[in-house]
Ligand binder design. Structure first.
Ligand code: UDX
Length: 436
């Protein structure tokens, strides 16, 4: 099927490449000419496993191209809307300027019967507003939220847990749902649940899913606070809770909390929209979820300060990790970098290392020290802090090897990802988050 993908960031670039890989004829559109040139040369503009391979395959098959001209979207049967919806500067609501600009740009190129499938995370009510705006063109708006996780984006796009399509209940809506089913026919035939809803429900699914995930992480981090005060161990607690199949162990990883380009801004936008709808109190708990999350960063800093005797000024601290999570070079609202910045703010001599996100981190925070090589970061450190659970730190760094490089054997495990007993046995002072 001929399709366009408007907006080629983490979401759109992966969607375009994945759709081409299953046989569709795809044009990806983005206003950023440098990004378009990179994608057209089959170079992934960000770190995402499998993306480069899919881009190369799509380019050589002739089924995938990229352009900065909206006119190149003309003739596509479906236009996927995948532009960003960042947090409004100075506020909590989602900034819809890129969504509106995409629709304005697309409008002159629409034909009757075209389907616009929104994938961006938007406040509930946006799809209906856009539908009214494009109504005169004869195009139909549906909402098809995306649940992909960075680092797993290709996998999640090609083999999603579920597909959700929100549409109006009229004939045009039903036709548009059929078009989306055809787009995803391979996944549907493989058994992926295909849920058809109204527009508002489809928009809400995404916000609600992210609110739930954020709440689950903050719940266990709240338990970490109680564990710290009572001498319990939150990791063992999570294991025990996780065996209850109604609860489940996933997303019960206590540590320095969640970050990234989605969860933090999405829960704030969700709460802001609920307030606009006069139902702010229904999601008042999301403010707590946010507050618990931010307290964990402060807690990690306190652990470092206490472990170093109350003062970090001039002390060398190796910060292992900058990305908001492993298998990503994304530093948006990264708790890892936030911890590094706070320690630097206290006068510490901070050296950050990361296998993928170092350039992004250095561009955003030039005041920090950086080392490309993990061992260079560890050398002469008075303490080390693990803030992103890359395999390079979690699995491959032996306490004996690290012990031979540092000045002080103090490790703060901000992700509870190390074998505490092994590190202690090698003479390290180990501090986890909410662990004995
Ligand atoms: C998230 C959702 O998972 C995805 O469905 C949605 O489409 C976008 O937002 P992503 O931001 O890629 O995806 O990351 P995710 O893997 O969910 O992790 C988010 C943050 O939570 C990371 O900072 C991670 O380190 C943290 N996290 C995750 C925890 O602190 N504990 C956990 O147990 C799990």
């Amino acid at each position: 099927m001929r399709m366009s993908v408007i907006g080629c960031g983490y979401l759109g670039a992966v969607h375009a490449a994945a759709m081409a890989s299953i046989g569709h004829d795809v044009v990806g559109i983005d206003v950023d000419e440098r990004k378009v040139a990179a994608l057209d040369a089959a170079t992934a503009p960000f770190f995402e496993p499998q993306l480069s391979e899919l881009l190369a395959e799509g380019r050589s098959s002739g089924r995938l191209r990229f352009s900065s001209r909206m006119a190149d979207a003309a003739g596509a049967k479906v236009h996927f809307l995948a532009v960003g919806t960042p947090q409004t500067p100075g506020g909590h609501a989602a900034d819809l300027r890129y969504v509106d600009a995409a629709i304005d740009g697309l409008l002159p190129h629409l034909r009757a019967g075209d389907v616009i499938a929104g994938k961006s995370t938007v406040p509930v009510g946006t799809a209906a507003r856009l539908a009214a705006r494009v109504g005169g063109s004869g195009a139909t708006v549906v909402w098809n939220p995306e649940f992909l996780r960075e680092g797993w984006a290709v996998h999640d796009t090609l083999a999603p847990d579920r597909l959700v399509v929100g549409a109006e209940t009229d004939a045009a809506g039903a036709r548009a749902v059929d078009v989306l089913r055809e787009v995803y026919i391979a996944a549907v035939e493989a058994g992926t649940p295909f849920l058809v809803t109204d527009l508002a429900t489809a928009e809400l699914v995404k916000g609600a899913a992210n609110a739930f995930l954020a709440t689950k992480i903050s719940f266990i981090n709240a338990m970490a606070e109680i564990a710290e005060a009572s001498g319990a161990d939150v990791a063992l607690l999570a294991d025990a809770l996780g065996h209850d199949s109604r609860i489940g162990r996933r997303y019960l990883g206590a540590g320095i909390g969640f970050g990234g380009g989605c969860l933090p801004k999405d829960i704030r936008a969700f709460a802001a929209r609920a307030e606009e709808l006069g139902r702010g109190e229904a999601v008042g708990f999301l403010h707590e979820v946010d507050a618990i999350n931010l307290r964990r960063r402060e807690r990690a800093v306190r652990l470092v300060v206490d472990a170093l005797g109350g003062l970090v000024f001039g002390r060398r601290i190796a910060v292992l990790g900058a990305a908001f999570k492993p298998f990503s070079d994304d530093i948006r609202d990264s708790p890892a970098l936030d911890v590094a910045v706070r320690l630097r703010g206290l006068g510490a001599d901070v050296v950050v290392t990361d296998p993928a996100a170092l350039d992004n981190a250095a561009a955003a925070h030039p005041q920090l020290g950086y080392a490309r090589d993990r061992d260079d970061a560890l050398r002469e450190a008075d303490a080390i802090v693990i803030v992103t659970e890359w395999d390079e730190y979690r699995r491959d760094l032996s306490p004996a090897h690290a012990g031979g490089l540092v000045r002080g054997r103090i490790v703060i495990d901000g992700r509870n990802c190390l074998d505490a007993a092994a590190w202690r046995a090698a003479g390290w002072q180990y501090h986890g988050m909410g662990r004995r």
